[in-house]
Design a protein around this ligand. Structure first.
Ligand code: PEP
Ligand code: MG
Length: 589
């Protein structure tokens, strides 16, 4: 049994399929004699041409299916493939050291990795996974192994057995290609809850565990394994007893999921008829479409970073306008809360000239960037205000720490509106502005913030990491970052009470909004707007339908008297069991 972090709930028993690196086990090989050099160079050049062709196709396919901004990731890869210095480095090793093309490629990848590591850590993290992606793609043409080399496919003991992907990490383009494969579970050695693998798993509603150190050395393709995304547990080669117990749970999980989707057209109500809004968190067009399918009543959080992360430079106003317009038109009820750029922390782009920082989550991130670069903000606001004519749009500012920051951004929005009016450019006049409460300083001074905002949205992912002083993506301190914590509930209670006093609309859009045990308490504290990954909406709708308002209020009242995470966890586990034992497996720790 191995412990990691449960990043997407549910249980699956299946056959492991290792995602191999095509370059993984290559030793340094030399050509037999110098006469082979020209043909080896040609073989390498052909692999580069084929990789570029793949990427061209991929760009078109992704642009059609997911939109232009998602295709940018591959445009960036195409630039790397076409980079003459990559090609000339490999040529040099083939010509002067008589290395095989594959060995030369491996050696160049190591050199790049070393260089990137020396330059700047964040930059390295961001760009090296793209470079590695491209090099693996070229390598796959040289070896004629498929790019996403899932070893063992077709050798499973049973053709119907679920496929569990086991990888060191899932690279960006692999995450995209996984869209086509019938995968039932994902286990990775690295990555936290915001890794590509986690996002992919959650959006597809499949169980996933990350941060399982050493799993790639312990598991072979074809091994039976169990993934329990509820508590981040992985069981390798389970015995008969565990296998049949978990198979039963897995069957239940699928049955319940199938049944739950049928509730998409029903209103979200508690057992005694209190109305609740269940909204979706989205990153791109595909998520917007998914949120319609599960019956979300709108988009509570649209993270606009994705457009910027998959773009080679700052996207211009027109491109942003068109992107936001598409998102709005494809969202449920054309109702979207658009969050302004929240880069930094674990999401960096090379073109903003960000220096390496020792504590990026506490650094120059999110709205803090706009104080040096107001043009970035104003361009985005212009695009959003213009696109807002196509639906019901609200603007949301992340990471607000002080009242001065909020006043400054409000002023920029007001000036932008005036400028658009003066220029005669049409835009939506009724766009509300809101603040994400995710920094403890803003939570503590909530009364002052509420006087300057139309609504708030609680970003519990960041609020928790800052309250407990533990990096949300570091598996070593993941136990501290859990939401079932007395300090978190007390702060949330304080924020909700302030909103109730002033009649300010409030949504919670962190991961807690999709976790059944947390939802019981939040609903009991009076929260009525929950925004979550679309895959969780059917579950939360079913949960709320099984609990009355008075019952949830009692739970919340009791939780606020408890002093340890353990007490809260066991109390809520028991309550969830009473309310709906079938929904227990949809929780993660
Ligand atoms: C949050 O911090 O809770 C949140 C919703 O935003 P993100 O996860 O994008 O930081
Ligand atoms: Mg946040």
């Amino acid at each position: 049994m191995r412990k990691g972090i449960g990043v997407s709930p549910g249980v699956v028993v299946g056959i492991a399929h290792r995602v191999e690196s095509v370059l993984g086990s290559i030793e340094q090989h030399r050509l037999d004699h110098p006469g082979q050099v020209p043909s080896e160079l040609e073989r390498f050049d052909r692999a580069v041409i084929d990789s570029a062709a793949d990427l061209e196709t991929q760009i078109q396919k992704v642009a059609q299916e997911l939109g232009d901004s998602e295709a940018n990731i591959f445009k960036g890869h195409l630039q790397i493939v076409n980079d003459p210095s990559l090609v000339s480095k490999v040529h040099d090793l083939i010509e002067n050291q008589q290395m095989t093309a594959l060995s030369a490629l491996q050696s160049v990848m190591q050199t790049y990795a070393a260089q990137f590591a020396r330059i700047e850590q964040d930059y390295f993290r961001e760009r090296m996974s793209d470079v590695r992606d491209v090099i693996l793609r070229i390598g796959s043409h040289l070896t004629r192994k498929p790019f996403l080399h899932v070893n063992g496919t077709g050798e499973s003991r049973n053709g119907d057995e679920s496929v569990i992907l086991v990888a060191h990490e899932i690279l960006p383009s692999q995450a995209m290609s996984l869209g086509d494969l019938p995968i039932a579970g994902i286990v990775t050695e690295v990555g936290g809850s915001t890794s590509h693998a986690a996002i992919l798993a959650r959006s597809r509603g499949i169980p996933a565990v990350s941060g399982v150190e050493g799993v790639m050395t312990e598991v072979e393709s074809g091994d039976l394994m169990i993934v329990d995304g509820r508590d981040g547990m992985v069981i390798l080669r389970p015995d008969q007893e565990a296998t049949s117990a978990y198979r039963k749970v897995q069957r239940e999980f699928f049955n319940i999921k199938d049944r739950l989707v049928a509730n998409r057209d029903q209103p979200a109500l508690s057992a005694d008829g209190t109305r609740v809004e269940l909204l979706a968190n989205i990153n791109n067009l595909a998520d917007a479409q998914a949120s319609q399918k599960v019956g979300a009543s709108g988009v509570g959080l649209f993270r606009t970073e994705y457009l910027f992360l998959t773009h080679p430079d700052v996207p211009g106003e027109e491109e942003q306008y068109e992107y936001y317009r598409q998102i709005i038109l494809n969202s449920p009820g054309q109702s979207v809360t658009i969050r302004t750029l929240d880069l930094g922390g674990d999401k960096t782009v090379p073109y903003l000239g960000r220096r390496s920082e020792p504590n990026p989550f506490m650094g120059w991130r999110s709205t803090r960037i706009f104080f040096e670069n107001s043009k970035l903000f104003v361009t985005q606001i212009r695009a959003i205000l213009r696109a807002s004519r196509h639906g019901h749009v609200s603007l949301l500012f992340p990471m607000i720490t002080t009242l001065e920051e909020l006043l400054y951004l409000n002023k920029l929005v007001k000036e932008t509106r005036n400028n658009l009016r003066r220029e005669g450019v049409p835009f939506g006049e009724d766009v509300k502005t809101g603040v994400m409460v995710e920094v403890p300083a803003a939570a503590i001074c909530i009364d002052a913030i509420l006087r300057e905002t139309d609504f708030i949205s609680i970003g519990s992912n960041d609020l928790i990491q800052y309250l407990v002083a533990a990096d949300r993506d570091n598996p070593k301190v993941a136990h501290l970052c859990e939401s079932l914590n007395p300090a978190i509930f007390r702060v949330l209670q304080m924020i909700l009470a302030a909103c109730q006093r002033t009649g300010t609309p409030v949504t919670l859009c962190g991961e807690m909004a999709g976790q059944p045990r947390s939802v019981l308490v939040l609903f009991g504290m009076g929260l009525r707007r929950f925004s979550m990954s679309p895959a969780f909406i059917p579950t939360i709708k079913a949960l709320l339908a099984s609990v009355s308002t008075a019952q949830a209020e009692r739970y919340a009242h009791h939780v606020l008297q408890l002093n340890t995470n353990d007490e809260i966890r066991s109390y809520l586990t028991a309550r969830l069991h009473e309310v709906s034992s079938t929904l227990e497996m949809f929780d993660t720790v």
